[in-house]
Design a protein around this ligand. Structure first.
Ligand code: SER
Length: 312
């Protein structure tokens, strides 16, 4: 039997690019994209698109019954900054939404699920440099709390019900095909758009705020690779640390200035600074490398060239 893939939260930053890749791997007819929103992006015209609210159990049941997915990517969530503005909704969507989807996956014998976690599971008491896989998890954002609890649930559902969930802790994701929405790392995408459009950017994080980041191409590949890996290779059933590249706004600016010498940056840190300050600067991902062969392709130099070339 051919696999049928359901992507939930498909219109977001990761979903849009993931759907395109899945269409190439499995064929357009095997992919079903779903989201509570609609999108005019071209990828969603190639496969079936269905509206789905992860808080609506009746709708979830209908979608699972109709499409009988064998692999599910559950990406629907509120990101860090948006969840801070709406903490109750952040909790509800990120937690109840996950329970609803995990339960539907159990009811419909889904073979494999991907669920994204984040560097937001770490907090101010976590060692910030080369943050280990197993360390202090005391997140202080509602987004981080839901991701940390979600990780525990991934492991719990695996141990108790043998639900084959795989997960990675995404760093800030940077791509040119889709826009982020409501995250603390969004500056690292926005800066490229503004550099090309205006020649200047006012950054909402301070110049030396170093955060773990990754090119979207690497992130999508990691997502596909961990989901395709044989089950016995996935030894961590909560969520894997993965690293791409770490940099600060200042370092990113210097790299952009190699291509746009007149590019100017100013800094007006806002409420997101506090969130960023609670997160690690770099990530130790040697376990993901050993278990399922994770390897990033983009360093800062390549990332900047790729973003500028494609956005021009
Ligand atoms: N990029 C996300 C955010 O900033 C982190 O997972 O919220």
């Amino acid at each position: 039997m051919k696999d049928k893939i359901l992507v939930i939260g498909a219109c977001g930053q990761v979903g849009t690019e993931l759907v395109e890749n899945l269409q190439q791997v499995y064929g357009n007819s095997q992919v079903v994209a779903s989201d509570v929103r609609t999108s005019t992006h071209e990828v969603f015209t190639q496969s079936e698109f269905v509206q789905l609210d992860v808080l609506d159990k009746v709708q979830i049941k209908d979608v699972f019954q109709k499409y009988q997915p064998t692999i599910v990517y559950h990406l629907a969530a509120l990101l860090s900054a948006t969840a801070e503005a709406k903490p109750k909704l952040g909790w509800e969507l990120n937690m109840d939404g996950t329970f609803n989807i995990f339960d539907a996956c159990l009811d419909h014998q889904v073979k494999r699920i991907f669920w994204p976690s984040s560097i937001a599971v770490f907090g101010p008491t976590t060692p910030a440099i080369h943050t280990p896989q197993r360390t202090i998890l005391e997140p202080n954002t509602v987004y981080g709390i839901t991701k940390s609890a979600g990780e525990r649930y991934c492991e719990y559902y695996y141990n108790r019900y043998k639900l084959d969930v795989r997960s990675i802790r995404y760093p800030g994701l940077i791509g040119w095909k889709s826009l982020p929405g409501g995250g603390t790392t969004d500056y690292a995408v926005d800066i490229f758009h503004q550099a090309l459009k205006q020649g200047q950017y006012d950054c909402f994080l301070g110049p030396t705020t170093t955060l773990p980041m990754m090119h979207m191409e690497d992130a999508v590949r990691a997502t596909l690779e961990i989901t395709e890996a044989p089950s016995n290779a996935i030894k961590i059933r909560s969520s894997y640390n993965i690293a791409g590249v770490s940099f600060s706004p200042e370092e990113l600016t210097q790299e952009i200035q190699k291509h746009i010498p007149d590019f100017m940056i100013t800094y007006t840190p806002d409420h997101r600074q506090q969130i960023a300050d609670s997160w690690p600067q770099s990530i130790d991902d040697h376990i993901a490398r050993a278990d399922w062969g994770w390897q990033e392709k983009y360093n800062l130099e390549k990332l900047v060239v790729n973003m500028l070339d494609n956005l021009k």
